[in-house]
Design a protein around this ligand. Structure first.
Ligand code: ADP
Ligand code: MG
Length: 568
């Protein structure tokens, strides 16, 4: 390893030379308090900034082991350090020091969720922050002095503030770690309590806007649980909390328009993740196997067995191995359900706002006018109980528009001015008084979910001269070789780091487990097993700090949306 003085020497030597000379600073340097690794040097001041790591020994960093001694605590701990590093940037980094990205320093610190990520990595012996630096230049001329100020003043200050416990307010980091542990714990106890979700009293559900995931600041009405659904839990750190438990089975969320139904469902969707303290959803906890289902017309579908929902298509089109490049609302919603069931999903979350009406309901009058033989779709209302009985899959459904669901609901929650009430009893009485004459079209069982085995030729990551070119564009697009994968409708994808990881995981899957002819689920499960052992770093042959762990459902969701996907 080189010394700090070596880096100083190189920067002095290459000052005012062409940008290429920056390549000379690649390498490792021992500083007084930490080791610095310059892993990748950008090609010009406008290119993606250079990748740098700063590593301190765990002994010197001085964090009490209780903060990071087990799985979830360690994840939350490094998550907090990345946020601390990010906060420190504001007071330390000068910023613009020339053209393009010159002078920039940045770290990938995530949003409202606490996710496993690799911006900060903790080993048995050291703690490492991974960040990017825009190496300063005017035109293509190196500004060596500016670079020196970055590496010898700014970076040491940042490291000092973010990687040494003595500069921490201890309650902040402890609160963060404790909160994540409580959430993880509560999620783990849901099954034994017979619950699929829990919404704690006082939770703040509404968000600032569709593009701002922070809690609504003013006039947010805190969540209050209805007596009938009261559940009390004892958390390891926070102690006793109470709230609303949503039991397994079929749950209906009803209520007038604008009364908070979708807001509640959205919070439940995100409850599969842990949230930072102050988010308002730290006490909204959902079964990890919960998936959001919606209509997604236009998507491609590759040999999915949607026969549980759709049969007798015109022209005799096969629905046991249903393929299309341009799905309708109902076929896309059916495929979304079946694909997630293939992956072992345990809870479906559905909002009428984003569903195909003809997939959800078919009333008595329509049944009389359009005979069963003429209607390919078996509506979800006739399958939802069978799904629960045959596959043990629960459903939470927002439905303000059709009382036909009263007959099949186990629990009915009514939102009234953002306040939930339990109206199961009343809904059942109404269902008895106004008995429906509609005919149950659901058949004797739910139907079959057929595992699919992807073919190797589905996955070609090459582009032009590059053998592997996989990239994420924002949160919702993956560029996989020459294919773009549109993830706009995977609503539980929350972080760009997840999007990047998904692209890489698909590649990892194609390289390691596809030749064994495993069904998609088994193949991806093996990838996740590997990732559990080796961490996110297994996804690339070099070190980056911008990956976050996705859920297996979103990886499958992305794979299923590849227009190049072919199935055996
Ligand atoms: P619905 O699905 O019942 O039509 P939404 O969930 O879309 O209603 O909510 C309507 C509006 O009310 C949204 O703008 C949302 O941000 C706001 N809102 C929802 N819950 C609350 C709450 N608890 N406090 C304040 N505003 C809320
Ligand atoms: Mg709504």
């Amino acid at each position: 390893m080189n010394t700090e003085g070596d880096l100083r020497g190189i920067l002095a030597r290459i000052d005012s030379r062409g940008y290429k000379a920056y390549q000379d600073i690649k390498g490792g340097y021992r500083f007084e308090a930490f080791d610095l690794f310059i892993d990748h040097v950008q090609g010009d001041p406008f290119a993606a900034p250079s990748r740098v790591r700063a590593r301190v020994s765990l002994d010197r960093a001085g964090f009490p082991p209780i903060l990071h001694n087990k799985g979830i605590r360690k994840i939350a701990f490094v998550d907090y350090i990345a946020r601390q590093f990010r906060r420190a940037l504001r007071g330390v980094v000068k910023g613009q020091r020339g053209m393009g990205k010159s002078g920039l320093i940045d770290i990938d610190d995530g949003g409202q969720e606490i996710l496993e990520r690799n911006a900060v990595v903790l080993d048995d012996h050291w703690l490492e922050a991974r960040f990017v630096v825009g190496l300063p230049a005017m035109g293509r001329t190196i500004l060596g002095r500016e670079a020196m100020d970055i590496f010898f003043r700014e970076v040491p200050l940042l490291v000092d503030r973010a990687l040494f416990y003595r500069n921490y307010d201890s309650s902040g980091v402890k609160g963060h770690v404790d909160a994540a542990e409580d959430q993880e714990y509560l999620r783990g106890t849901l099954p034994q309590k017979g619950l699929v979700a829990f919404i704690g009293d006082g939770a703040i559900l509404p968000r600032r806007s569709g593009v701002d995931d922070r809690p609504l600041e003013r006039n947010a009405i805190p969540f209050r649980y209805p007596q009938e659904l009261e559940v009390e839990v004892e958390l390891p750190n926070r102690g006793r909390i109470v709230g609303m438990g949503i039991p397994e089975g079929v749950t209906l969320i009803v209520g007038g328009g604008f009364h908070g139904k979708s807001t509640l469902l959205n919070a439940i969707e995100r409850g599969v993740y842990n949230h930072i303290p102050g988010d308002g959803r730290e006490v909204v906890i959902t079964h990890p196997g919960a998936v959001k289902i919606r209509a997604e017309d236009g998507r491609n579908i590759e040999k999915v067995n949607i026969s549980a929902f759709i049969n007798n298509l015109p022209l005799g089109k096969d629905t046991v191995k249903f393929s299309t490049e341009n799905a309708s609302g109902s076929t896309s919603q059916a495929a979304n359900i079946i694909e997630f069931l293939e992956m072992g999903a345990k809870v479906l979350l559905i909002d009428e706002d984003t569903s195909a009406t003809n997939f959800m309901v078919r009333d008595e009058r329509m049944q009389e006018l359009v005979a069963k033989e003429k209607e390919p779709i078996t509506p979800f209302v006739d399958k939802v109980q069978r799904l629960c009985r045959d596959l043990k899959v629960s459903t939470i459904l927002v439905m303000g528009g059709s009382g036909d669901y009263f007959d099949v609901a186990d629990t009915v929650i009514m939102m009234d001015g953002y306040m939930p009430g339990c109206v199961t009893q009343r809904a059942k009485e109404i269902a008895e008084r106004h008995t429906t004459k509609r005919i149950d079209e659901g058949g004797t069982t739910f139907g079959t979910v057929t595992p699919r085995r992807p073919r190797i030729e589905s996955f070609d990551p090459s582009k032009g001269r590059k053998e592997v070119k996989i990239d994420a564009k924002g949160l919702r697009t993956i560029l996989y070789g020459r294919t773009a994968i549109d993830l706009s409708y995977l609503e539980q994808l929350v972080d760009r780091g997840q999007t990047r990881s998904i692209g890489l995981l698909i590649h990892y899957y194609a390289q390691h487990y596809i030749h064994e002819g495993l069904p998609l689920r088994e193949g991806l499960e093996r990838c996740f097993q590997d990732m559990k052992e080796k961490g996110l770093d297994m996804l690339l042959p070099y070190r980056v700090g911008n990956l976050a762990r996705p859920r297996i459902y979103e990886v499958a969701g992305a794979t299923n949306r590849m227009r190049t996907l072919r199935i055996h």
